[in-house]
Design a protein around this ligand. Structure first.
Ligand SMILES: Nc1ncnc2c1ncn2[C@@H]1O[C@H](COP(=O)(O)OP(=O)(O)OP(=O)(O)O)[C@@H](O)[C@H]1O
Ligand SMILES: [Mg+2]
Length: 424
């Protein structure tokens, strides 16, 4: 793969270089002098510069990496960097970008991954049931839930279940864009409304007429725009920026946020009247760790999908691997699960997806304690046993290495093995 590479000494330099000549891909360190990686991502979004960025993060700072993903990063790589892995991630990102541009022309196809809602947990069933009922009405829907829980999946599903399904579905991401840009994006502008407005432009509300408008990250809208949205929700009409004649449209509104809107109202950051207008049919999507029974079916779904994409033969997830997938906390929810499986397929050989195919953060996680009638003593013994088994597994049964990994003297580990009757 041949690439032209340009480097920058800090975030500020990077930003001005990207502004001048946007590259196909940005590799972004998070900790940099003057301006950090997260700030660079925010600035790119704010200015509407659409370049994929892969974030490079220190080992163990997964939380920051997830934050970067929320700020629009395409993927992340942890240090120390493995050359093979690096090569694959970069290739994939470039390939995807090329593909995305082609697919944007056929938005039908691009939206396919949002067609299916997978999950059989009670929480998922209830969410789907509410969404289906809401779909046949014109009521405004408010989707709540952590990042990666499927809010956009639900928004598109509601549109597809509604009688508007053949009309446009228009998504607007409210985060990051400056107030002026967002207003003109939503409501359009007249020629000459502001410097640079040399032509009249229709806003997305107008383009979506007859269909559905998806206001994503609604919790991040400025106070001023909240007022305009409120007027629109009450009267179903708006003015283009610089316009003199109100415009009426027929659109169904679906809004989403991963913020605590209720809290934002109490703190005075979000208008209460707008909140009530949006909160007609609220649907909360539970974090994946609270519906772990959905993990096996989702993991298999992603395995089939990515194996097909990569033209590889994967037919099974071994029991140990599945157990770890179910035990992990998934701070990035379904999106993170999808990424982990995709990586396993791209890097692995198959046909079995094993523990070795999973990243260390997933393998190292120990099931959250559950209070299921076990006594304290039994539970402690259970977790001690699990911890030792995980360590032995990671060290391929080598007891000396497992003891080191656990920070124990080997003799003490041997005593534990005996008292817990492991390996005898
Ligand atoms: N129930 C589900 N079935 C199948 N795929 C899902 C499901 N939920 C989420 N996904 C997949 O997970 C990824 C993240 O979902 P989505 O973009 O809807 O999350 P989100 O809640 O909008 O996250 P964010 O708040 O970060 O925008 C998508 O690729 C989507 O296809
Ligand atoms: Mg989303």
């Amino acid at each position: 793969m041949e690439c032209d590479v340009a480097t920058a000494g800090n975030g500020e330099q990077a930003l001005s270089a990207i502004r001048k000549d946007p590259p196909d891909l940005v590799l972004l360190d998070l900790q940099m002098p003057r301006m950090g990686g997260i700030e660079v991502l925010r600035a790119l979004r704010k200015e509407g510069i659409d370049v994929p960025a892969i974030v490079i993060t220190a080992h163990g700072s997964i939380e920051t990496a997830v934050e970067a993903m929320k700020e629009g990063a395409y993927d992340f790589i942890t240090k120390p960097i493995d050359a093979n892995h690096f090569d694959i991630v970069v290739r994939k990102a470039l390939e995807r970008e090329g593909l995305k541009r082609e697919l944007e022309l056929f938005s039908e196809d691009a939206d396919k991954r949002y067609r299916l809602i997978i999950g059989t947990s009670q929480k998922m069933k209830e969410a789907v049931e509410t969404a289906k009922k809401a779909a046949i009405s014109k009521a405004t829907v408010l989707l709540l839930g952590e990042s990666g829980t499927g809010k956009e999946v639900f928004a598109r599903a509601i549109h597809n279940w509604s009688e508007r399904k053949d009309q446009p579905f228009v998504a607007i991401n409210c985060v990051g864009l400056s107030k002026e840009l967002l207003e003109s994006e939503l409501f359009g502008h007249e020629k000459g409304a502001f410097t640079g407005a040399d032509q009249q432009k229709k806003g997305k509300m107008e383009l979506a007429n007859g269909g559905t408008v998806f206001l994503d990250e609604i919790g991040d809208v400025s106070q001023e725009l909240q007022t305009k949205l409120l007027r629109f929700l009450q009267e179903r009409e708006f003015d283009r920026v610089g316009g003199v004649r109100p415009i009426r449209v027929d659109v169904r509104i679906i809004a989403a946020t991963n913020r605590d809107l209720d809290g934002a109202v109490k703190e005075g950051h979000f208008r209460q009247d707008l909140y009530h207008r949006l909160n007609v049919v609220p649907i909360t999507l539970a974090p994946l760790r609270e519906r772990a029974e959905d993990i096996p079916i989702l993991a298999h779904h992603f395995m089939d999908r990515y194996a097909k994409e990569a033209k590889k033969n994967f037919s099974e997830i071994v029991a140990d691997a599945l157990k770890q997938l179910c035990a992990y906390e998934w701070p990035g929810n379904v999106r993170e699960l999808g990424n982990v499986i995709e990586r396993a397929i791209v890097l692995g050989r198959g046909p079995r997806l094993t523990l070795q195919d999973l990243p260390s953060r997933v393998v190292a996680s120990v099931a959250r304690p559950s209070i299921d009638g076990r006594s304290y003593r039994d539970a402690m013994e259970y977790y001690r046993r699990e911890l030792i088994l995980v360590a032995l597994e990671r060290c391929h049964g080598n007891r000396a290495a497992a003891a080191r990994a656990l920070g124990l003297h080997e003799k003490y580990l041997l005593r534990l093995l005996k008292s817990l009757r492991i390996g005898s």
